[in-house]
Ligand binder design. Structure first.
Ligand SMILES: [Zn+2]
Length: 328
């Protein structure tokens, strides 16, 4: 894949290619925006373009030379992709990055390091990384990727050139899902439409996970919570975050039905009847109240919120809602 093949993100890519055209490439970028919208794909394509042996005009990589292929397969000696292990980027990983970029490019033109989920750097990793950013080695580029850039220390953010990525339009979402899902399975138009809506502008999520299965999982858990049936708690932080995101989607659809009565504006159009019932049962002031409480809690997810306490608190909110409004 080359820049020309990336669906959506035209604004971000134009800004990026503008810096390449003027040869004003900063030593570090921060690609900010939600998960599954093409940040990593864009970062890989930047590394490919800067090292391509047969670059194209307008600026793009050829996607065919040995350099492009090696970066795609992560076997290029001047390219490194770092990502959290067990939810955290540790100082050892940062030391490896330092080591890689401190040397002159070996086979390419520019050393490129991508740090995925950069906000997961623990404090000592962030400190070590700050030193690298303060004295960037020549002929190197670091691209931080983050869906929660506010969780990165200000000292790191201020040393990066930030590029914002936005969720994709529904038609672009469908295009991405269709392009990826092409060969093996015959996806129907109605499935495509459901997946595109559930991904909420983040087609990468529809590709990397089963969104319908995730939604079923959420509704089961939601039923257990509001019914007072006991489940221990969320398995981990990721599951906790996923639950909150699904809960916001649920509140969003109930609100849309309550205010507009239009089912074609729902994310979960295929569950229209179920949502219609819920929207009748719950009062607007209760939706606002729950939204406020859940948003408050979600804001603390990055700060190691205690799972059991949060689970109990959220369960109480759900049970009160059921007692008051009879929501199932
Ligand atoms: Zn190439």
């Amino acid at each position: 894949m080359a820049f020309k093949d990336i669906i959506g993100q035209k604004k971000a890519i134009n800004i990026l290619l503008g810096t390449v055209a003027r040869n004003r490439i900063p030593s570090a970028y921060l690609f900010a925006g939600e998960s599954g919208i093409g940040k990593k794909l864009t970062a890989i394509n930047l590394a490919k373009t800067l090292n391509c042996l047969k670059p194209k005009t307008p600026i793009d990589c050829c996607d065919e030379c040995t350099s492009c292929k090696k970066i795609d397969s992560q076997t290029h000696t001047d390219f490194l992709m770092a990502a959290p292990e067990k939810g955290e980027i540790r100082v050892d990983e940062i030391r490896m990055i330092e080591e890689v970029i401190s040397l002159a490019p070996y086979e390419g033109k520019r050393k490129a390091v991508i740090v995925d989920d950069a906000e997961t750097m623990n404090p000592s990793a962030a400190n070590a990384f700050l030193k690298t950013l303060e004295e960037p080695p020549p002929q190197s580029i670091i691209i931080l990727i983050s869906a929660s850039p506010d969780r990165l220390p200000e000292t790191i953010r201020s040393r990066c050139s930030r590029i914002n990525f936005s969720p994709l339009a529904p038609e672009q979402c469908k295009e991405v899902i269709r392009a990826i899902d092409n060969q093996d399975t015959e996806i129907t138009d109605s499935q495509l439409s459901t997946l595109s809506r559930l991904s909420m502008g983040r087609p990468g999520l529809a590709i990397s996970s089963d969104l319908i299965e995730e939604r079923d999982w959420f509704f089961n858990l939601f039923g257990e919570m509001s019914g007072g049936r006991n489940k221990e708690t969320w398995a981990d932080k990721e599951e906790m975050e996923l639950w909150f995101n699904k809960a916001f989607m649920l509140l969003r659809d109930i609100t849309v039905l309550k205010i507009t009565g239009k089912s074609d504006m729902l994310i979960n159009t295929d569950l229209e009847d179920r949502f219609a019932e819920m929207s009748k049962a719950i009062e607007m002031k209760d939706i606002i109240d729950i939204y406020g409480k859940l948003s408050f809690l979600k804001g603390y997810l990055g700060f190691n919120l205690n799972k059991s306490i949060t689970w109990n608190y959220v369960t109480i909110i759900m049970q009160n809602l059921k007692l008051k409004n009879g929501v199932t």
